[in-house]
Design a protein around this ligand. Structure first.
Ligand SMILES: Nc1ncnc2c1ncn2[C@@H]1O[C@H](COP(=O)(O)OP(=O)(O)OP(=O)(O)O)[C@@H](O)[C@H]1O
Length: 611
C-alpha cells in the first residue's frame, strides 16, 4: 500500500503528483481523458477480452489443482458428462489452463501496450501543441518546471494506468468476485466463516495504509525542503561565499536533513508495524480459516482437494483485496494527473492558424503602422501602467528608432505589435486596419524580429537560418547568409552551413549569432522589421559587419529599431524618445540633439562622455 515508501534518498519517491479525492465529479472529469483512447477502441476491446480470458483461466487453476489432489487421494473425478478422468488427464488439463493463461497474457500486454503507447503519444502531442499555442501571459504565470512535469510525469502516470493499473484493477475485481463465488461453491459453511474473519482485517489494513501514506507525504515534503536549500545555495554560491556563510548554510542543511530523517523514521515505524500486522493479522486469518477447514475435512465434510482449492482461493482473495488498496491510490493519482492535463487542454489558445476563407488571397502587408493612444499594463502586474497614451505613425518603408532609459517601455511597445499581449486601451493599426482583425499567424508572418539576445536552436547553421522560412532552398539560405555578412565566417568553417552551433548557439560569437539572426530575418522577408539592438557592444570590426547587415535588412521595409547605442540611429526618419511609458520627445536626430535640455540631447551627451 505505501510501497512508494518514505526513504530519504529520494530515489523511489513518486514525483510531486498530488492525488485527487475520488468523487463522482472527479471521476467524470478524469474519464474525459478516455476520449484519447477512442481511436484505438478496437485494440482496447481486444485487450480487455484477453484480460477477461486470462483472469478467468487463472481462476480455474485452484479448482483443477483441488481435483488433482482429490484424484491423488484415490477419489474418482468425473466430468459433468460422467466420464472419469485420470490423474494424467487432469495434469494435462492443468497444463492447458496454463497454456491459455500464457497466451492470453501475452495478448493482453501486447494490445494494452499499443493502446497506452499511442494514447500517450496523442496526449503529449496535444499538450505540446496546446503549450506552443498558449498566449505569452500564460508562460509568465506558470513555471517551466510545472509545464514539463505535466508533459512528462503526469502523462507517464496516465500511461501506467492504461498499460497496468486498469488491467490490474480488472483482474483483482474478477479474482475477488470469482474467488468468492468459487469458495461458496466449495463450501458455504467455510466461506461464511472466512468472510466473517477477513473484512475486519482488511479494513484495518486500509486504515493503516492511509496513515502511512500521509506520513510518507510528510517525509517527501521535508526532503523537498532540503533540496530547496541545496538548489538555492548552489545557485547563489557567490553570495554564500561573499558573506562567508558556508558553515551557516551547512548547519541549516543539516538541520533540515535531520528533520527529514525523523519524518522518515516515523513513517517507517508505521510501515514496519504494518508489515508485521499483515503477517500476523492476514496470515493469522488464513490460519484460522485453514484450521476450520482442516476440522471440517477431518469430519469428512470437506475433501482434501476442496480444502486445497479453498486455501488457494482464499490466498488469491486476500492478495486481491490487498492489491485493491494500492490500486485505489493509483486511480486517485491518475485522476489528479488527468485533471491537470485536461485543465491545460481547456485553456484558450491564441487565435492562430485559422484556415483562410476559401478563395481569398494571402494577406499582403504594406507596412503602415499607427499606434493610437495605446495604454498597457502587463497581466501579471495589472495595477502598474507600463505604457500611457502612446501615439505615433510610421509610413510604409520608414525607419524609426525608440530610445530612452532602461525600463522605459521600448520593448513593450514592439511586443504589442506582435500581439503578445492584449492592450489595456487604444488601438494599433497596420495598413489602416486594427491588428485584432488580422489572423495572428498571417500577421506575424509579415513581421520580422532581430532580438537583443539571439536565441539559436541547437542544430546546424543551416537549420537556424532556415528557421525564417522552413522550406528555403540552399541557394536562398546562402544568399541570405551573404546579405547578412555571415557567409564569410560560415564558409571558413570546415563544415560550412552544416556546422553545429551548440546548445543555444554557444559555439558562435555574439556577432556571429546576430548575423545568423539577421540572415534568418532576411530569409523571412517581412514587410515590417523590429530590430532590438544588442546592449553588449561588439568589437568595432564585428560591429561594422553587423551594422552593414542590418542596413541591408532594413532596405524597403518599415523598421522599428530599439536603440541602445545612439550612434547607430542617426539616419533614421524619426526618433521617439520614451520615458516612463510615454513619448516625451520626437523628431529627427538633428532636431532632437539641438533641443536644449532635451532627454535625447542629454542621453547623447552622456554616451559621448562615457566613451
Ligand atoms: N513580462 C513582464 N511582466 C511584467 N512586467 C514587465 C514585463 N516585461 C517588462 N516589464 C516591466 O515593464 C516596464 C518596461 O519594460 P521594457 O522591457 O518595455 O523596457 P525597455 O525600455 O525595453 O528596457 P530595456 O532598455 O532595459 O530593455 C519595466 O518596468 C519592466 O519591469
Amino acid at each position: 500500500m505505501a510501497r512508494s515508501g518514505a526513504n530519504t534518498s529520494g530515489t523511489t519517491l513518486e514525483p510531486e503528483v498530488a492525488k485527487t479525492k475520488l468523487t463522482k465529479e472527479s471521476f467524470r472529469q478524469g474519464l474525459r481523458i478516455f476520449r484519447y483512447v477512442l481511436p484505438y477502441r478496437a485494440k482496447f476491446s481486444i485487450g480487455l477480452l484477453m484480460l477477461a480470458l486470462s483472469s478467468s483461466t487463472f481462476m480455474v487453476f485452484p479448482w483443477v489443482i483441488g481435483k488433482l489432489v482429490d484424484a491423488a487421494n484415490g477419489k474418482a473425478i468425473a466430468l459433468p458428462n460422467g466420464t472419469v478422468v485420470s490423474i494424467s488427464q487432469i495434469a494435462l488439463g492443468l497444463f492447458g489452463v496454463i497454456l491459455f493463461q500464457g497466451i492470453f497474457s501475452f495478448g493482453r500486454i501486447w494490445f494494452f501496450t499499443q493502446v497506452s503507447e499511442f494514447t500517450v503519444r496523442d496526449i503529449r502531442q496535444s499538450l505540446y501543441a496546446k503549450f506552443v499555442s498558449l498566449p505569452i501571459p500564460y508562460f509568465e504565470k506558470t513555471r517551466v518546471g510545472a509545464i514539463t512535469s505535466r508533459i512528462t510525469s503526469d502523462v507517464a502516470q496516465i500511461q501506467d494506468t492504461f498499460s497496468l493499473t486498469l488491467a490490474e484493477l480488472f483482474r483483482q475485481v474478477t479474482t475477488l468476485i470469482v474467488g468468492v463465488v468459487a469458495i461458496m461453491v466449495v463450501s458455504v459453511k467455510l466461506s461464511l466463516f472466512m468472510l466473517a474473519t477477513f473484512p475486519p482485517i482488511v479494513l484495518l489494513a486500509m486504515f493503516f495504509g492511509r496513515k502511512i501514506r500521509v506520513l510518507a507525504k510528510a517525509t517527501q515534503d521535508e526532503l523537498a525542503k532540503t533540496n530547496v536549500i541545496v538548489e538555492e545555495t548552489l545557485q547563489g554560491i557567490n553570495t554564500v561565499k561573499a558573506f562567508t556563510n558556508e558553515q551557516f548554510e551547512t548547519r541549516r542543511y543539516t538541520a533540515s536533513l535531520t528533520n527529514t530523517v525523523q519524518a522518515a523514521l516515523k513513517s517507517n515505524m508505521y510501515r514496519g508495524a504494518f508489515v508485521s500486522f499483515v503477517i500476523i493479522g492476514l496470515f493469522g486469518g488464513i490460519i484460522l480459516v485453514l484450521w476450520r477447514a482442516a476440522s471440517l475435512a477431518s469430519l469428512g465434510q470437506l475433501s482434501i482437494g476442496d480444502l486445497t482449492s479453498f486455501a488457494l482461493y482464499t490466498i488469491f482473495i486476500g492478495a486481491s483485496v490487498g492489491g485493491l488498496g494500492e490500486l485505489y491510490g493509483k486511480v486517485q493519482s491518475t485522476l489528479g494527473a488527468s485533471e491537470r492535463i485536461l485543465e491545460i487542454l481547456d485553456e484558450p489558445s491564441e487565435p492562430t492558424h485559422r484556415p483562410r476563407v476559401a478563395g481569398t488571397a494571402p494577406l499582403q502587408v504594406r507596412g503602415d503602422i499607427e499606434y493610437r493612444n495605446v495604454a498597457f499594463s502587463y497581466p501579471t502586474r495589472p495595477d502598474l501602467p507600463v505604457l500611457k497614451n502612446i501615439d505615433f505613425d510610421i509610413q510604409s518603408g520608414e525607419k524609426i528608432a525608440l530610445v530612452g532609459p532602461s525600463g522605459a517601455g521600448k520593448s513593450t511597445i514592439v511586443q504589442l505589435l506582435m500581439q503578445f499581449y492584449e492592450l489595456s486601451g487604444g488601438k494599433i493599426l497596420i495598413d489602416g486596419r486594427d491588428i485584432q482583425l488580422f489572423d495572428l499567424t498571417e500577421l506575424r508572418r509579415h513581421i520580422g524580429i532581430v532580438p537583443q539576445e539571439t536565441l539559436l536552436f541547437g542544430g546546424s547553421i543551416r537549420e537556424n537560418i532556415a528557421y525564417g522560412k522552413t522550406d528555403a532552398t540552399d541557394a536562398e539560405i546562402t544568399l541570405a547568409a551573404r546579405k547578412a555578412n555571415a557567409w564569410q565566417f560560415i564558409s571558413s568553417f570546415p563544415e560550412g552551413l552544416d556546422t553545429l552551433v551548440g546548445e543555444r548557439g554557444v559555439k558562435l560569437s555574439g556577432g556571429q549569432r546576430q548575423r545568423v539572426a539577421i540572415a534568418r530575418a532576411i530569409l523571412k522577408n517581412p514587410a515590417i522589421l523590429i530590430l532590438d539592438e544588442a546592449t553588449s557592444a561588439l568589437d568595432s570590426e564585428s560591429e561594422k559587419l553587423v551594422q552593414e547587415a542590418m542596413d541591408e535588412l532594413m532596405q524597403n521595409r518599415t523598421s522599428i529599431i530599439i536603440a541602445h547605442r545612439l550612434s547607430t540611429i542617426r539616419k533614421v526618419d524619426k526618433i521617439l524618445v520614451i520615458d516612463g511609458g510615454q513619448i516625451v520627445e520626437q523628431g529627427t536626430h538633428d532636431e532632437l540633439s539641438n533641443a536644449e535640455n532635451g532627454l535625447y540631447a542629454n542621453l547623447l551627451k552622456l554616451q559621448f562622455e562615457l566613451r
